[in-house]
Design a protein around this ligand. Structure first.
Ligand code: NAD
Length: 321
């Protein structure tokens, strides 16, 4: 299969591109930034094409589709984060996604896997929610991801495109450069620096290991007949930040890390909405998705990779929780 991965130089897109290359697919990465792709080039250069361009540039997208004629798209490119400015979120995430859908229509690429987000729900109304939970996003980022879901349905009705939305939770693991739990906690633990996050201990959040996320995307990409257009790809469980700190201390004894009570504040500023676990039974039933790594196992894997040098902690940033 020839798959065009928008945002393929980012955390999720690159891990996904690597998995698809490993199994023999041809990959076209379309991204504004092409840094950090050297290892993919040297391992899979003959089956990897990289195109520098923005999804907001319809001409650049059309040229990439015309040159490479992908069989499918995995759409990861986005401005990510709860503090994204409304204008940027709309221009890049919404307008850019419409360009991707138009390029698919023009060049007859039928299937797209869109990486959507639990942020489309806003405040969770229960400890565990399924895909039918009301979608009332409270951030511009969440609104932009929900708009893409709705707009894709228009392209399905009018043009027969099949866009599958995989709503995921907070993905963690090697390769994530943004400052976020558990990365900042694990990096502090490994570098021996004290880190106290003054808030957030009571926030329960679903954390998905990058390997499980990639497996879920690959399964959804391969599945022939989707009875739904939205699925959760997550861990299916949630843990509070208090529990997260305890788990990391169990892996790195003596770690001087702690978290205060109350809800988590994103980058210390924006109080996150009420979260919880994402029910993954639909993805399990339809295409056999089963996450393999509990948080403790995933955190241990991250620690082991860091210690073996394959993922170097950015200790100088550890205190910026
Ligand atoms: N990481 C998570 O925990 C998480 C959770 C839910 C949803 N998502 C979604 O997954 C996708 C990937 O997230 P990520 O964590 O890998 O983010 P990331 O920031 O690491 O990667 C995003 C990539 O998109 C590229 N990009 C940004 N604007 C672009 C544009 N105009 N044109 C082309 N490329 C552009 C960036 O250069 C980057 O390589 C996003 O759509 C995000 O909304 C991520």
């Amino acid at each position: 299969m020839r798959v065009l991965v928008t945002g393929g130089a980012g955390f999720l897109g690159k891990a996904l591109a690597q998995r698809l290359l490993q199994r023999g697919d041809e990959i076209i990465i379309f991204d504004t930034s092409l840094s950090g792709l050297d290892n993919l080039h040297s391992a899979f250069g003959h089956r990897l094409e990289v195109v520098a361009g923005s999804i907001t540039d319809m001409a650049a997208l059309a040229l990439a589709f015309k040159a490479h004629r992908p069989d499918a798209v995995v759409h990861c490119a986005a401005v990510v984060g709860m503090l994204a400015s409304p204008m940027t979120a709309m221009r890049v995430n919404v307008e850019g996604s419409v360009n991707v859908l138009d390029a698919m229509r023009l060049f007859e690429t039928r299937r797209c896997i869109h990486i959507s987000s639990e942020e489309t729900y806003g405040n969770f109304q229960a400890a565990t929610i399924d895909e039918e939970h009301p979608q009332r996003p409270v951030t511009a980022y969440g609104v932009s991801k929900l708009a893409v879901e709705h707009l894709s349905r228009t392209y399905n009705v009018l043009h027969g495109l099949e866009v599958i939305h995989l709503r995921t939770s907070w993905v963690y693991g090697a390769g994530l450069l943004r400052h976020r739990v558990p990365k900042n906690l694990i990096d502090a633990a490994l570098s021996g620096q004290p880190l106290h996050i003054p808030h957030g201990g009571d926030s329960a959040i679903d954390h998905t290991h990058i390997d499980d996320f990639v497996s879920g995307v690959a399964l959804a990409l391969d599945h022939a007949d989707h009875p739904y257009d939205a699925y959760h790809i997550a861990s299916g469980t949630s843990l509070t930040l208090h529990e997260m700190v305890d788990a990391i201390k169990g892996i790195v004894p003596g770690a001087d890390i702690s978290v205060g009570p109350g809800p988590y504040r994103y980058l210390g500023e924006l109080e996150i909405c009420r979260k919880g676990a994402l029910d993954i039974s639909r993805a399990n039933r339809v295409f056999g998705y089963v996450p393999r790594l509990s948080f403790a196992a995933g955190a241990r894997e991250y620690v082991d990779r860091s210690i073996s040098g394959r993922c170097v902690p950015e200790s100088r940033h550890a205190a910026t929780a």
